[in-house]
Design a protein around this ligand. Structure first.
Ligand SMILES: C[S@@+](CC[C@H](N)C(=O)[O-])C[C@H]1O[C@@H](n2cnc3c(N)ncnc32)[C@H](O)[C@@H]1O
Length: 420
């Protein structure tokens, strides 16, 4: 049976994990946090946690004037969740009582239920009027600073507006599929954007495997690589398989490698649902061997291009693990290059906004490998605008692009050719 307090209590726990333990929501979900919840409470807990994180800066501004000192993290998170609910139209009585009940059951901080009651009553009175006037939340400085340096202050504000707005649902169709029943907008790059999608598995064509979820930006690396029927393609870091499915649907013989068994089983499920085929290898990209017509490397990265869908990321992380990722990307790019046949091509991409994980990696590789060249012309597929092409010849995509259409993920990609 559904229980709205169970969903709220779980949302507070998720906020504690992100803000207190530096864990990502996806890690919490994979750890089974939601397993005991009814399906509707599961969706509600996820939505409440995500909305609170998206609005964290605003909730803290509203709360600041009602708090003399900062309460323990879990009490603060209950106040933040209550504030976001109250300021987004939640019924005052229900929200205040629920948050008081949650805090009163806390082993160590139960006595702070009076504080929660008093503060949230004040928020219920003044918060909603103030809410609309608050600025769009900014990224924390550890990430904001390098992004302003890379793209400028105005672009940063555009990206923050896109993060705040969240992401629509984009899908990629099998070549022969008719998606008209989805009533989506066909984007200039060919993806279909569905607005106000609720339960994905209930949408027309999902069960039949006619399409899969894939952000419009994430669909471009495989489009640009443009694999041909019969070509043997290696995809490194492939799961959960959006790009694998694009290339298999184009008729290529795809070998997909990923180190995560869990994520590979999702790739297998995706292939089964769509009726597509690929050879799957659970293993380390750096240990793969062979020679391929084309290689696609979607390297592990900071994922800073996906903040619209993952508002927890800038709050759980502090950038301290990015150096190791940048090093790993360089190793993977160099190894992937050894697997490309003479005359073949490599698509290098990351869902990052940081030039260190995109432009700089490719500049270094072009310096290191004399037989490597970058193909600017190959980037000119439908919908790609000329000013998205960067100085070294890669494609830089940002969440503030297509503002009138609802944005896109941040991504970087480069098409690298090996001389014959
Ligand atoms: C950006 S995601 C890939 C997304 C995927 N290409 C898609 O389009 O659905 C990066 C992936 O790299 C995988 N990974 C990380 N380290 C790896 C390694 N050493 N070898 C192979 N895969 C690795 C992760 O498990 C993760 O699935």
């Amino acid at each position: 049976m559904s229980d709205s307090n169970h969903a709220r209590r779980t949302a507070v726990y998720l906020l504690d994990q992100v803000m207190g333990e530096g864990r990502l929501l996806a890690e919490c979900y994979a750890g089974g946090v939601l397993e005991k919840l009814a399906p509707e409470d599961r969706a509600r807990a996820q939505r409440l946690a995500a909305e609170t994180l998206r609005n964290l800066e605003r909730a803290d501004r509203v709360l600041k004037k009602h708090l003399k000192k900062t309460p323990p993290i879990t009490v603060l998170n209950a106040l933040r969740l209550g504030t976001v609910e109250l300021c987004s139209g939640g019924a005052a009585h229900g929200v205040v009582n629920a948050m008081v009940a949650i805090v009163s059951k806390h082993r160590r901080h139960g006595q702070l239920k009076g504080l929660v009651n008093a503060v949230l009553r004040k928020v219920a009175k003044d918060g909603p009027a103030e809410w609309a006037k608050l600025r769009v939340p900014r990224l924390p400085n550890w990430l904001r600073k390098p992004l302003v340096q890379a793209w400028g202050a105005e672009a940063m504000l555009g990206m923050e507006a896109a993060h705040f707005a969240g992401a629509p649902l984009d899908v990629t169709a099998k070549p022969d599929a008719d998606l008209s029943a989805l009533n989506g907008e066909t984007l200039p790059t060919g993806s279909v954007r569905v607005v106000n999608a609720r339960q994905v598995s209930a949408l027309p064509g999902y069960e039949a495997g006619n399409w899969w979820i894939q952000d419009a930006a994430a669909a471009l690396p495989a489009r640009i690589l443009n694999v041909q029927p019969g070509e043997h393609v290696l995809e490194l870091c492939a799961a959960p398989g959006g790009k694998t499915m694009q290339m298999a649907a184009a008729g290529a013989k795809v070998t997909a490698v990923d180190v995560s068994e869990n994520r590979m089983s999702r790739l297998q499920d995706n292939l089964t649902r769509t009726g597509l085929q690929a050879e799957l290898i659970v293993g380390d990209a750096l240990k793969q061997e062979g020679q391929f017509d084309a290689v696609l490397l979607d390297a592990p990265c900071s994922a800073t291009g996906t903040i619209r869908r993952h508002p927890d990321l800038p709050l759980a992380k502090d950038g301290s693990d990015f150096g190791a990722l940048i090093e790993l990307q360089a190793q993977m790019l160099a190894h992937a290059w050894t697997l490309v046949k003479p005359g073949g091509r490599l698509m290098f991409c990351t869902c990052s906004l940081l030039p260190d994980e995109g432009e700089c990696q490719v500049e270094d590789a072009l310096d290191m490998f004399p037989e490597m060249s970058i193909d600017r012309e190959g980037l000119r597929v439908p919908g790609v605008e000329p000013d998205w092409i960067s100085e070294e010849g890669g494609l830089r995509l940002r969440p503030d692009f297509w503002p009138e259409r609802g944005g896109m993920d941040g991504f970087y990609m480069a098409l690298l050719r090996k001389s014959a």
